[in-house]
Ligand binder design. Structure first.
Ligand SMILES: [Zn+2]
Length: 267
């Protein structure tokens, strides 16, 4: 059995401000520890479900990709640190041999008010839509994993993301560890959040055959940048068109093609 985990930080219990998620800041060690604790809880749930000879690969997908404290994770866990320089991005290191994928610490997409730190891929983007609906980092990577035939079994993060995620994956098991309210968050107790993650990922794994995401026939992307210069630059990528000063669109036939285009135009 092989399970892949992609982990971010803006959707872990207590996370509220950019200062807390940037390396070098005084609050950062606390959030880095909580990110690690939530991943650890997920790994413990996986080991209870399938045994501790399960292969677990974790991708550290926040900022530098060097946040997770690997020494705190069970022995059967390997960690992708840094970035793999390929279109898989936040699921870098994955391949079609994995039996299930889980997302930990994920957050609402750019323009959504479910998290004070809402964004999608970087902070230069006002929104990304896929087939007319606001997309999230979860949407992009869940589609990419689904196209490899891997069931998406579990997600933890903010409440709005957990609700949005069910639009493409109604059977997904989720834990909302916090909720955004304006520039604040209302969070669960961090230890309690970990116990919920440990229990609920087991529920997700027990129904993994029902967790396959139906892929759309095509992916029509609309990307609105904060700066007109970024839209202009993106519009030179083959297939990408400028819609107005700050917006581009393109259509991809597969999730892979979408990830490749995004790899070059989201910066
Ligand atoms: Zn993120």
């Amino acid at each position: 059995m092989k399970v892949f985990i992609s982990a971010d930080i803006e959707g872990v219990a207590g996370c509220t401000h950019w200062d807390e998620v940037r390396m070098g800041n005084i609050d950062y060690p606390m959030l880095r520890q909580q990110m690690t604790n939530e991943i650890k809880a997920a790994c413990e749930g996986i080991n209870e479900a399938f045994g501790d000879d399960t292969e677990i690969l974790v991708k550290d997908s926040h900022a530098t990709g060097r946040n997770v404290i690997i020494a705190n994770l069970p022995q059967n866990v390997r960690l992708v640190r840094g970035w793999t320089s390929d279109p898989n991005s936040m699921i870098g290191g994955i391949d079609d041999t994995y039996d299930a994928v889980a997302f930990i610490g994920y957050h609402s997409g750019a323009s959504r008010n479910g998290n004070p730190l809402s964004h999608t891929m970087n902070t230069q983007i006002n929104y990304i839509k896929i087939n007319g609906t606001i997309a999230t980092e979860y949407t992009l990577h869940a589609y990419a994993a689904a196209e490899m035939g891997i069931p998406v079994v579990f997600l933890s993060g903010d409440k709005m993301l957990c609700e949005d995620a069910k639009l493409i994956n109604p059977t997904l098991e989720t834990v909302a560890v916090l909720e955004g309210l304006g520039d604040s968050t209302i969070s669960l107790n961090p230890s309690y959040a970990c116990s919920l993650i440990k229990e609920k990922i087991k529920v997700g794994l027990s129904k993994m055959e029902k967790c396959t995401i139906k892929l759309p026939e095509k992916f029509e992307l609309e990307i609105n940048y904060k700066k007109h210069q970024l839209a202009r630059r993106a519009s030179f990528y083959p297939g990408v068109e400028l819609v107005n000063d700050t917006t581009v669109k393109y259509t991809a036939k597969t999730a892979r093609d979408m990830m490749v285009t995004n790899f070059f135009i989201l910066y």
